[in-house]
Structures are given as structure tokens and as C-alpha cells.
Design a binder for this molecule. Sequence first.
Ligand code: MSP
Length: 499
Amino acid sequence: MTAAYITTPIYYVNDKPHIGHAYTTLACDTLARFWRLQGKNVHFLTGTDEHGQKVEKSAQAANTSPKEFVDTVSQTFRHLATNLAITNDDFIRTTEPRHIKAAQALWTRLIDNNAIYLGEYAGWYAVRDEAFYAESELINGKAPTGADVEWVTEPSYFFKLSAYQDQLLDYYKNHPDFIAPESRRNEVIRFVEGGLFDLSVSRTSFTWGVPVPGDDKHIMYVWLDALTNYMTALGYPDEENPDFKTFWREAIHVVGKDILRFHAVYWPAFLMAANLPLPKQIFAHGWWTNEGVKISKSLGNTIDPLELINTFGIDAVRYFLLREVSFGQDGDFSRQALINRLNSDLANAYGNLVQRVLSFIFKHYTGILPTPIHMTEGDLAFLQLPDDYLPTISEMQLNRYAENVWGLIGRANQYMDEHKPWSLKATDPDRMATVLYVLAEYIRKIALLTQPLVPIASAKILDQLAILPENRDFSYMGAALVPGIQLPEPHGVFPRYQG
Ligand code: MSP
């Protein structure tokens, strides 16, 4: 069985969950669900990034100890995962013993391989980004991200990043899919071509982190600690762990564009230095604005994913986020656009189709699925679905997948309008039975395909077609509904949003 490993970034617990967190998580969940339906052995990981100066400062501001603080805030992220109804196999916290062990093991390996040396750091640090910046990178005295920087002078261990420039560039060249989309890949290549400096990988001016093995005045730089989570969850440092062996080389890290450098430059360099295999792909998605405006806490325009779910339902939020922008590009969140999508694509196009067909079968045939008397060539051709949705997933084009599947829904509505089964009641009951069977069967196929995008509604539709849960993966695309089965009373699955 082919394996797939998909990860979200682990979220900083300094803040409440917002739309950016929900977006990455939902995109990963969609991919995980899709691959499972294809019969792949999937491992899906999310979690929280709990160390570092930013979290320590947030705990101080909340007048509590870092430990109590992270225990509380990480719960809100677990809660979000539950509310988003995601299918993660594991939820990792970087304060767990299994992770501290993994991070220290990686550190030791880097020391053993001579990739880390002790020195003194003097330079700029932005706590908000948990990142070091060179003087030349600053813009008007701030980090290029707009974050405040502070001057830091302290003893520090350094990772010999500068030694990996050629190896990284070769790797990018020989693995053209390692960084996606392509525009991001080009950005990373340009950055690495510009030259790399050794990276400070320990801090001494605060204590909230993983202790450096053998020198506990230092704690590990939060990014080295955090990136290791992707291996911790597979049992690292036990490289013989079956999960590590099955999944590690299949890893796809989905990240926002702002944290691409950490994943596509630092992380592979750490792994190269440790003689460990690299993940398969780093995919960077874009950023959401809110009604055209950059989202920021100071502007007070953050979007609470839980409020959206409570108002519109998880399927609608999920569908909107995945359908509205091309995965990889920036997108604009607008409430009206979400309502329009909900009402047109979900309630009208999909919901009405299902409801009209199933309620007619329920009323007219007491829910017994009619037997097709004679399928025309047109019916057979209609039931033959083009499978151009498949490549879109391997290219991570989730929005194109949604477009293609909704194209199929449009095709069903067209078939229904052309054949108007209800108008055949008096004139041609055999034809009516056939057309309704064809539509029900077509809806079954569509509902299989919509499962990764709108899982809750798809499950309800499949329930209403009396499809057993074990008969819902993509290998059943080629199966067919058995005429004469009893269907339960249908209920609408996508209520219109009235506002
Ligand atoms: N803790 C690090 C990740 C470590 S992974 C080893 C981190 N955490 S974060 O909580 O600040 O950010 C998590 C993700 O949210 C990032 O991928 C970031 O790109 C994403 N987003 C934050 N704001 C966003 C938008 N406005 N739109 C889309 N995604 C955004 O970084």
C-alpha cells in the first residue's frame, strides 16, 4: 500500500486560533481524506509549537507560568481541530517528553557530525517571527515582515548552514518538486544563491526551551526544536520504528509562505547534516486578507474560525476556503463571497439536485430505488465520469479539484433539466424509472468524490443512498446502486443561508 504523510505547521500557542491556522489544517485534512479514499496508508499530523521567547513572553503577560500557559492554549488548538472535524492521526506538543527526546537526539547527531560549533551571537532578533535577521535585511529598523527587532549579544551554538549552500542548490535542482509551487521554489533558490550565513541555534537569555544536551545554560533555538516535531511523531530517534520507516520519506509539509525559508532551507540542511532522509515536498500556500485588508491583531480584523463554523457550518467554511483561491496563491476572505458560494454551489447546485431526486423517489416509489428499464447510450455516456479531477490532487490543486467535481454536479443538473423525470409520470413511467435510477447512481458517484471537500454533507447523502460506510472509498466509483433497495427518508443537507 502506498504511504502518505501530511503535516500542518505546529501552531504557536501565543495566540488564539485564526483563519490562517484553520486554512492550513483544512487543506491538509482534504488531502489526507482524498488519499485515504484512494486506498493510501495515510498519516496526518498537526500540533502545537510551545517553546521559545514569544510563548514565554505571552505567558508572562498572562501572569502565569509557561507550562500552565501552554497547557491551556494548546487545548484551544485541540478544540479547533475537533471543531474542524479533521481526521488527524496524531496531535503533537513540543513540550511532550517524546519530542524533547527527539530534539535532543537530533542535536547530538549534529554535534557528532561536526555541524554545530560554539560561538557568540551578536545581531538582530525578532521575537514575533522567532527569527534572526542580518543588518542588511532590515527595513526602516524593522524586520522585513514588519516585526520589531532587538539587538542580541550572547554565547550561542551555531549550525554550519553556510557549508550547505551547494548541496541545497543541487538538491533543489535534482528534485524539482521538492518545493512547490514553482514561484516559491524560485524564490528559495534565489535566496540560497545569495549566500547563507551560519545559523545561531541556541539561546541563553531565557529558559523556555529544550535544554542543549551537555550544556544546560543553553536552550535550543525554537525552530530547530519545532521542525523536529515532524520526525518525533514517527518515533524518531528510533529510526527502526515502523512509522518512521513507512512515512518519513513520504512527508509533505504544508506551510504558509512566511515560514517557507525555515522548511525549505534550514530543515533540509539540518537533515543533510544529520545524514537523515529529506521530506518529499514542502508546499507553501498563500495568505488570506480580510475584505481586502491585511489581517493583523493590531487592526483587530482577525477572523475567528469557530464563529464562522457556528454561523455557516463546517462544510461551507471548508468549501469556501478551498474553492475560492488557487492553492498556493493569496486569497481574500469576504463574508458575502462565502454566503454566495454556500447558496449557489452548495444549496442550489448540489443540495437541490440531491433533494429533488431523492424526495421524488421517496414520494413516488416509497423510497424503493427504481429499476432502470432501458439505459440509452446517452445515459451510459452520462454515467461515465471523466477523471480529470485526479491529476489536480497530485499537483495539490485543491481548488481545481473542487471546480472539476462541481463541473460534474453541473452536468447532473443539465441531465435532470433535459430529461425532466417528473414530467414522464403519466407518459413514460419506464423512462422515468430509468432516468431516476441514473440520477441516483450519478449522485452516489459525486458524493464519493465530494467526501474530501464537504465530508459531513457527503456522508449524509451517502447515508440517504443506503451506502454502507465501508463502501465509500474510490474503489467503489465503478460499482453501482442495486435497484430495488430501500432508501431512507431524505432530508436537505445544505440549508440556504438567509442572513
Ligand atoms: N510555529 C510556527 C510553525 C512551526 S512548524 C515547524 C508558526 N506558527 S504560527 O502559528 O505563527 O503560524 C502557523 C501558520 O499560519 C503558518 O503557516 C502561517 O503561514 C499561517 N498563517 C498565519 N496567518 C495567515 C493568514 N492570514 N493567511 C493564511 N495563513 C496564515 O509559524
